[in-house]
Design a protein around this ligand. Structure first.
Ligand code: ZN
Length: 430
């Protein structure tokens, strides 16, 4: 790409950057937690329509995707889980097609009093925007859109099909991205601007979610000895899972891409509920677990090991042995993915194209990083033989309090994405 075009695209991002920040602020004002994404998705669909893209909005149905590789189980069907795709059609189709993907769902905010300002009233201070989801990953989603707009403002459009995707369910199953595939959206590469500090994600781990349900024997506390406390019974089970976590992170299990990580596979007891009354021995307890697995680690085998580890703790207790806890999988059954090992010419080409774009914008070499989380990149990467590049802005406290994204980083990412689209898809005059 000649220097003149590079400069025009970067200038075009600068020109609209204030508008881009306002757009992000408005989008982040929609509280799009799981099950509540509809207003944010309506906003995205309207914006895509206004910009002249053919827009497809649809409701995900479990029965449409449950048979596909990478599906994660959910309890019941979805209630108004809406995906939105904006389609760019090229006249010449001489370039390589592209999926620009981002997720609209955000995680719960937690106790409001721990935020300095309301999480769904985004505010900007000292070059950062604060609010739930601004980093993870509405800034990236908006960067995709404004990168396309920068092409248009410069008098160009991609010389290949581009699918702009705003999906739900990234934070719990990935079934939103999976539903895009089922709907027929395929391309030669995918770009997902998740907030990993302007680095290219070379490897991501897999994630398994499960619930453990324990039943107790409720009696009045005055005769507690004859009852069985379901909450207290969860403690040895959790301790046993912690030993599994330790074993999987042990040196024998380490993975080539995670050699320099001390503890890549994190077990999290994310939620616990149980009991009904302070003076009644609790009759029930349920806890939710998130466990990481290495890329290449078999999910069924990992599940068997998890179950064996719980069984071992259960067998040590006479009551539990006869009243075995139930393990329910709902949410992530996600394999890991390594872009670095993606054995396809297009993968190397896409990485080189992004490296050039990143260098043109920042003057730095693109860093590659293995992350200890999952992203939707595993779907194109593992199941559709499509290299998936995760590359987005710098953000702090994602999933925590006072989540924030660095706006200058968003500007650079948007410029890099615009250059990447131009390099990957090629350009045709408007
Ligand atoms: Zn995310």
């Amino acid at each position: 790409m000649d220097n003149d075009v590079t400069k025009r695209l970067m200038d075009a991002v600068d020109t609209r950057f204030d508008e881009q920040v306002s757009f992000l602020s408005e989008l982040a004002g929609h509280p799009s937690t799981r099950g509540n994404e509809q207003s944010a998705q309506r906003f995205m669909a309207e914006q895509l329509n206004d910009r002249g893209y053919e827009t497809d909005s649809w409701e995900i149905k479990v029965s449409d995707i449950a048979h596909l590789p990478g599906f994660s189980p959910v309890l019941g069907d979805y209630d108004h889980a809406i995906n939105v795709v904006g389609k760019h059609h090229s006249r010449s189709r001489r370039g390589q097609s592209l999926i620009l993907n981002g997720h609209i769902d955000v995680v719960p905010v937690g106790p409001l009093e721990m935020w300095d300002s309301p999480p769904f009233e985004p505010r900007t201070e000292d070059g950062f925007m604060y609010g739930r989801g601004v980093g993870d990953m509405k800034a990236g989603l908006v960067a995709n859109l404004f990168a396309l707009t920068a092409l248009k403002d410069s008098g160009y459009q991609p010389a290949a099909e581009v699918y702009f995707q705003s999906v739900v369910e990234e934070e719990c199953t990935g079934n939103g991205m999976l539903a895009c595939f089922q709907r027929g959206y395929r391309a030669d590469a995918a770009l997902i601007p998740e907030p990993f500090a302007e680095q290219l994600v070379s490897a991501q781990i897999g994630v398994i979610w499960f619930q453990v349900h324990l039943k107790g024997k409720p009696v009045h506390v005055l005769e507690a000895g004859s009852g069985f406390n379901a909450i207290e019974a969860s403690l040895p089970l959790i301790a046993s899972l912690k030993t599994l976590e330790k074993r999987w992170n042990g040196p024998r299990h380490c993975h080539p891409h995670y050699d320099d990580h001390d503890h890549p596979l994190n077990l999290n007891i994310g939620k616990i509920q149980g009991g009904d009354w302070a003076s009644s021995v609790p009759a029930w307890c349920c806890f939710d677990v998130r466990m990481g697995i290495y890329p290449g680690q078999d999910i069924d085998q990992a599940r068997a090991e998890i179950e064996a580890c719980i069984d071992e703790a259960v067998d040590k207790d006479v009551y539990l042995r006869n009243n075995r806890p139930q393990i329910i999988y709902h949410g992530f059954l996600a394999e890991g993915y390594c872009l670095a090992d993606h054995n396809k010419r297009e993968a190397r080409l896409a990485i080189a194209t992004l490296e050039n774009a990143h260098f043109a914008v920042t003057g730095d070499t693109l860093k590659h990083a293995a992350i200890t989380a999952t992203t939707d990149a595993r779907f194109p990467g593992l199941y559709w033989d499509t290299p998936a590049l995760v590359y987005g802005p710098a953000a702090d406290s994602i999933h925590g309090f006072n989540e924030r994204v660095e706006l200058e980083s968003v500007r650079r990412i948007t410029q890099s994405i615009a250059l990447f689209i131009a390099g990957w898809c090629g350009l045709e005059k408007l």
